[in-house]
Design a protein. Structure first.
Length: 111
């Protein structure tokens, strides 16, 4: 079953300031982490970058994720782990919803 959008309890969270068109995220904030609930249009490539450790889960859609030297297609139900400092990039194949946990409290600023 697919949902049209995140439920109200998620959409009431603060929105992240995202530096890419076609991406929006709702942020749950903790003192030592952030959790982002992302909605991503098929925007093409998210360029290589690195940051704190990240654990993610694909709720809907497909994305080709390169973590270090390993490239894999992730689909609904798949999860991934990106260790701190590891360069990674993504090619967004379809509309996606992903939930990402970041091991830092200020990965994204909010609006």
């Amino acid at each position: 079953m697919s949902i049209e959008t995140y439920p109200d309890c998620i959409r009431k969270l603060p929105k992240a300031k995202i530096p890419f068109q076609g991406v929006q995220a709702y942020i749950a904030q903790g003192s030592q982490f952030q959790v982002g609930f992302f909605e991503i249009e098929p925007i093409g490539v998210v360029p290589p970058h690195s940051h704190s450790a990240q654990y993610g889960f694909v709720i809907e859609g497909e994305l080709l994720l390169t973590i270090g030297d390993d490239t894999k297609l992730y689909k609904k139900g798949d999860s991934y782990y990106i260790p701190e400092g590891v360069v990674h990039s993504a090619e967004v194949k379809t509309f996606c919803r992903v939930m990402d946990f970041f091991a830092e409290p200020a990965r994204y600023e909010t609006e």
